[in-house]
Design a protein around this ligand. Sequence first.
Ligand code: ACM
Length: 257
Amino acid sequence: MRVGYVQFKPKFGDKEYNTKRMMELASTLDADVIVFPELANTGYVFKTQEEVNDLAETAEGPTVMAMKDFAKEKGSLLTFGFAERDGDSVYNSAATVTPEGNVYIYRKVHLFNREKLFFESGSEFFTFEWRGVTFGMMICFDWMFPESMRTLALMGAQVILHPANLVLPYCQNAMVTRCLENMVFEVTANRIGTERGLKFTGMSQITAPRGVILHRGTKTTEEAVAVEINPDLAQNKKINDFNDVLADRNPRAYRLG
Ligand code: ACM
């Protein structure tokens, strides 16, 4: 299976340009799975609730519909961030659309910084199957909480799809540990550029079980990259004959609330 990402610089508020640019860059890729950044169609730095409300769309809105058509045409599974409206609520969401026409929506559970002013947090991690592989989604700052990827790994996810708009310098290195401790693959698609004074760190990354970095992108250029992976490798959670990163967990000792 070939998995990849599109790293680009969205124009704030220009959904038409952003969606077109996402498709242009993705068209250059030979990939089964393509991940795009968080809030890819809108941009990230919202200043008011009105801006968010104006740009947010439902899960049946024009961006998801256009990407659904593109997934079918390209024959690839696509995951991208968008501002989702559902009734009176807005979420920082990721949609996965498949060539078969399935749509899965994940709402960001751990909101970062001023996102808390504008979005409601999601309440559920989940997995889904495609072509015999189990996938899960998380969005950007979810990386900071080991529970995010652990929950997905315990649910059986082999490949984690991770749209991001990273501004801190830690995530890419942290993904080495996240993938080692869960023995999963992950694709982090980050954005580049500066928007309304906020600088994004690029360096999108594809990481394998045992913490192997398969590819790390540039800091400042738009690019689309894919690599071949064997998702079966994520089924082996063993470190040696006696240790297994999931089976050896001892929740009684953790006294989690
Ligand atoms: C982030 O969660 N966009 C840093």
